[in-house]
Structures are given as C-alpha cells and as structure tokens.
Design a binder for this molecule. Structure first.
Ligand SMILES: [Mg+2]
Length: 434
C-alpha cells in the first residue's frame, strides 16, 4: 500500500522558510541553499499533513532559564516545597537521570549540583497563555491539553496563510522563540494520536512529520501499553490474550478484537493502525458543566478517590438539573502531584444529567488510572450539552434510576440537602449502583 503523495513542497528550511528543490541531484543537501541553516524539514507527505501537536520543551525549566541567563547552561530542577517531587527538569538535568515526578532527594542524589527552583505557577500560567494566544492566531481549532501543550487543526488554512501547515508551524516555533523566549517541539501528522507521537520524536526544539504508513511501521514494535488509554490493567489483559506488541493488534481481525474486548476492541484495533477520528475540539469553555476539587494531600488509592468522585458527580448533576441541561460526554479530569493533567472522556448514546450515571462512567475511567500515581486534583464534567430535563428515560434501567434520583432531589428541595444522603457517601459503592 502506498500513500498518495500530495503536491507541494517536500523540503523547506525551518529558519528562513525557503523551499528546497529535492530533485535527485539534491538528495545529499544538508544545509539550506538560501541561508545555510542545517535545520531542514524533509518529508514525502509534507503538504498533506494538517494536525499538529505542539509541546513546550521542559516548560517550567525553560521559562526559568529565560528569566535568568546565569543558569542557562546549568542543570535546573523545578520542584521542592511541600510536595517534594520534581515538577520539571531541564534537558541538562535529564542527562543525569533526573525525571519529572521523581522525589527531590533522589533527583539531588543523581545531580547534586543542580540549581533547584521552587515552581512559580502564576508565571508559568502567564507564559502558557501567551503561547496559547499565538496558537490561536494560526487557527481557531486549538485544543489545549495542559498549560504547555495543545493540538491544532490547520486543515483549510493554506489560503489564509499563503503556505502549507508545516511551514506555518515552523514559523510559529521560530516566532515563539524570538518573541516569548522559550522553545517548542512540533509534531505534524494526519490525526491527534500520531501528531502527539510525532512531537516526541525530535525533542527539544524539534519538528517531526509522520504519515500513517510510517506510523504503522513505527508502532509495530512498541508494547501495547504505548497506546494512550492502555493502562497497566488493560495491558495485562491484552498480553494474556497474546497481544504483546502493537504488531499483534495490527495482525488481529477487527471483529474478533471487538468480540474479545467489547468496550475498547475497535478503538485499539484502529489506533494500532494509526487511525484516530477524534476531532480537535477548541476550548469548550462554558459548554462543559463540571465540578472539581484540589486535595489537602495527594491521594493514590481508589477507595478514597471514589468517595470524592461521588460527591463531585452529585454536584455536577445538580448543576445540570438546575440549568435543565443534559450531556452525552462524560469527562474525568485528574491532575497528578507534578501538575500533569489526565483527561479521560467517554461518550454515551443518550444525554444524561443523573449523578448515578455520571458516577458509574467516571468510576470506570478512574479505575484505569490507578497505577500508584499520586493525584492532587480531580474533576467530573459533562459536555456535549443539550437542553432538557426529561432525559434519561430512554431505557428501563435508566428510567428507574432517573425516577429514584428525582425523588431524592425533590425531598432535598423540601428538607435541605443534608436530609437525604445517597450512594457511597453513605452506603458504599455497591448500593449506589442499584
Ligand atoms: Mg512539555
């Protein structure tokens, strides 16, 4: 199978943006013929790739180095404070084995001469916002993943910019460096899954393009856990059935996969082939109703998180009910002790506003995230909203649950919310599912 090669430049310079003729006679060219820069981007599908993942390089550490040139060439660790873990390590510190989320004492064992800086979140948020604004000047379709990374969909922007997305992105990276003083890495591909993989291929200050055919080859030898959303538990189940590396999934039959893994078989089968239909969804802002809470101390265990989750789902549900809204995408948000965000979403067939339903979906997603990681924040949200309070009446089980939940709601209205305590806040998780 061969990929049709789109018309347009297949090689250009990241510094001066000049197109380079890649005729046979020029295949050995290592530098830009216009400016002499060695930073050339070369790819057969360059003109056809439109989905990007942009990730700032060692973001917190890079911002600190920008603000203090004395430490530019030194190993820098952002961390410490009461949490006692590494929030970010610059690339020099990483060469000593320092990694994010590592306990500080271990990091300092590995790199005793590192400069340690307490995180200044307000500053990072400010810089992150500047980068975000620069992204939004390229396309309205910017989906932030965290303070320092986002997906961009640049389909159909070639006429506006007068150049292909690849060049727009190279220019963006160059301008961010000049105007904001930090570096980013760009991954360019045909969908979110592959763009995210690409941005990691050439870090820091990188630019990598990846098409589906290359991705298939590259993915083949990776363990199945490389696919996002495949946590240790799912990986274990896959390995037990003979799916150890992604090539095993690529060889599998789609229907057979769906039979063996009803909830995720189809998704895994497709992702293994580099197929991902998720759209880049711009900041949904007010179109999500959610509740979240930051914990006093970090939490790792499921039982504790589950209890908090139930309260969050009740809160979200009551907000939906009071604004007469229901939604068909349920999202669980977690922030790890080192400020990494994990967002997991699931779409359901019919919109809901029921606490019990939101909870059961979030709970399932939460269970997959329990892997010893310490969390500092959790949220439960519902999006893809529509108006209506007579929802959740589509099948009999939902109808019964809706009926029970509304009965409780009306009691609460009469007697106050403390009058009726529901679900695991009182009886444990099993009862909540009745
Ligand atoms: Mg980053």
């Amino acid at each position: 199978m061969s990929v049709p090669e789109p018309a347009g430049p297949r090689c250009f310079c990241r510094d001066c943006l000049a197109d380079l003729d890649m005729g046979v006679q020029n295949l050995g060219v290592r530098r830009c013929t216009a400016c002499g820069s060695p930073r050339l981007v070369r790819h057969r599908s360059l003109a056809g790739l439109t989905i990007a993942h942009i990730d700032c390089d060692a973001f917190y550490a890079t911002v600190e180095k920008r603000d203090n040139p004395d430490i530019a060439d030194k190993p820098v660790i952002i961390g410490g404070g009461k949490r006692g873990v590494v929030s970010a390590a610059c690339y020099i510190a990483r060469t000593y084995g320092v990694r994010s989320a590592m306990p500080m004492f271990k990091a300092l064992e590995a790199c005793p001469h590192a400069t340690v800086i307490r995180p200044d979140m307000a500053k990072y948020v400010r810089v992150g916002r500047e980068v975000r604004q620069a992204m939004q000047a390229l396309t309205p379709l910017v989906e932030p993943l965290s303070i320092d990374e986002a997906f961009l969909d640049l389909s159909g922007t070639e006429r506006v910019h007068g150049m292909i997305p690849a060049k727009v992105l190279a220019r963006f990276a160059r301008d961010v460096e000049r105007d904001i003083g930090i570096t980013v890495s760009v991954g360019l591909s045909c969908n979110k899954f592959l763009a995210k993989i690409a941005s990691d291929l050439d870090k820091p200050r990188g630019f990598a393009a990846l098409d589906q055919e290359e991705a298939r080859l590259m993915l083949a030898e990776k363990p199945v856990g490389f696919i996002f959303g495949v946590g240790p538990a799912t990986q274990e189940r896959l390995v037990q059935r003979g799916f150890r590396i992604i090539a095993d999934l690529q060889k599998a039959d789609e229907i057979e996969m769906m039979r063996q893994f009803p909830s995720e078989g189809r998704r895994l089968w497709r992702l293994a082939r580099g197929i991902d239909d998720r759209r880049v969804e711009p900041d949904r802002g007010a179109k999500t109703i959610s509740s979240e809470t930051t914990f006093e101390t970090d939490i790792r265990d499921f039982a504790t998180l589950e209890k908090i989750l139930w309260r969050l789902c009740e809160k979200t549900s009551s907000r939906l009910k009071s604004s007469e809204l229901a939604g068909s995408t349920v999202t669980l948000k977690l922030k790890t002790a080192d400020f990494r965000q994990r967002t997991r979403s699931q779409s359901i067939a019919a919109p809901t506003q029921l606490a019990a339903k939101i909870f059961s979906i979030c709970r399932e997603m939460l269970a997959k995230e329990i892997d010893g990681t310490a969390f500092r924040l959790m949220g439960a949200g519902v999006s893809a909203l529509r108006e209506g309070s007579a929802v959740d009446d589509t099948d009999m089980l939902d109808r019964r649950a809706a009926h029970a939940e509304r009965a409780v709601d009306s009691l609460r209205k009469k007697f106050g919310s403390a009058a009726v305590i529901r679900g695991i806040a009182y009886e444990g998780p099993e009862k909540a599912q009745e």
